[in-house]
Design a protein around this ligand. Structure first.
Ligand code: ADP
Ligand code: NA
Length: 324
């Protein structure tokens, strides 16, 4: 059975972008793969976080994973900082990463732009991400399109390590969803939707109640044409809403274009909101049950134990290969 690894940062409430690009794929993949799903809290602290808020976000993310359908009997769900092998291999990966290749990472450029103080960890983030993935002999990494560049670096580092030292790492493949690989901001549809966007109207969060979802979709930026047609270049707002609708209702873009032919954006937006609410409502109900249960901590403890077994073996091999 091939192995899957993917992580999400506990840096705020998840958006429907995270759901579509990441979680939704995870739920399907766990039936046919050996899956490791990680709460990457060490990545979250590469930018300032409030201590108590971070703790809440970690727990909340764990509950979201489970409420969305991640089954701890099928998948290993764990917190990155509870498995020290991540930072250990992270250091080894930094040692074989070049400044030049890290400087080319667009996420670093985006996240550091205009900031006065930027941590060195934000810069070396992709090396730690490579370690996360390589620790588990990962074959496939399901992520949104925004992570493609980091994944390419992970592959380069794995190959570089294997060539320079010993053949320790599996070189992982990337898996990007066919529809909704990049859900865009509702307010600036040329920018990706992100949980850390300062404009709260730009994102739909997985825990938004139905009224809020309707309100945000109704105020989403479109155009003045009044035609529901997929055209990413000229109609980015409408195309983004079509992507969202398609993913959440399971209809194809063509089916949706036909369904809303001759209808205005009002009907269309209502359809988008309904499709999202139908999927999120049951997840939200389960979420609040799980959040209050002690089972959550037990699942995370067991996850860290299971992950450590695999990760520690890889660390031993990597250290030996490097001469450490
Ligand atoms: P964010 O950028 O929202 O803080 P993370 O960096 O924690 O999200 O990424 C978690 C996962 O969600 C990654 O697989 C990433 O590719 C995916 N993802 C994030 N934003 C989007 C989006 N707008 N559309 C599709 N997938 C996304
Ligand atoms: Na991201």
């Amino acid at each position: 059975m091939s192995t899957i690894f993917s992580g999400i940062q506990p840096s705020g409430t998840l958006t429907i972008g995270n759901y579509v690009g990441a979680i939704r794929q995870f739920v399907e993949l766990q039936n046919s793969h050996n899956c490791f799903f990680c709460i990457v809290d060490e990545h979250a602290v590469t930018v300032p976080q409030e201590r108590l808020k971070l703790r809440d976000n970690i727990r909340s993310l764990a509950a979201i994973y489970l409420a969305s359908g991640i089954d701890p009997n099928k998948s290993t769900l764990f917190i990155q900082s509870e498995v020290p092998a991540h930072t250990q291999l992270g250091w080894m990966m930094q040692s074989i990463s070049y400044m030049g290749e890290l400087e080319r990472m667009t996420q670093f450029k985006d996240k550091s732009e205009g900031k006065e103080a930027v941590s060195s960890a934000l810069f070396t983030y992709p090396s730690l991400m490579a370690a996360d993935i390589l620790l588990y002999n990962t074959d496939l990494v399901p992520v949104g399109d925004d992570q493609k560049q980091h994944l390419e670096l992970t592959r380069d580092l794995a190959q570089r390590f294997n060539n320079r030292f010993l053949d320790v790492f599996t070189v992982p493949e990337i898996s990007i969803p066919k529809v909704g690989a990049r859900i865009m901001s509702l307010q600036e549809p040329t920018k990706k939707m992100s949980k850390s966007d300062e404009n709260a109207k730009a994102s739909i969060f997985m825990l938004d109640d139905p009224k809020k979802i309707e309100k945000k979709i109704k105020s989403a930026v479109t155009d003045s044409e009044g035609i529901v047609k997929y055209d990413k270049e000229n109609k980015p707002g409408v195309s983004n809403l079509l992507d969202i609708h398609a993913v959440f209702s399971g209809e194809t873009i063509e089916e949706l274009e036909r369904k809303y032919e001759g209808k205005g954006y009002g009907d269309f937006k209502q359809g988008v909101a309904d499709a999202i609410i139908n999927v999120l409502k049951p997840i939200q109900d389960r979420y609040y049950e799980i959040l209050d249960s002690a089972l959550l901590d037990q699942i995370l403890d067991q996850g860290a134990e299971k992950a450590s077994l695999v990760a520690n073996k890889t660390i031993q091999k990597a250290k030996k290969a490097m001469g450490l």
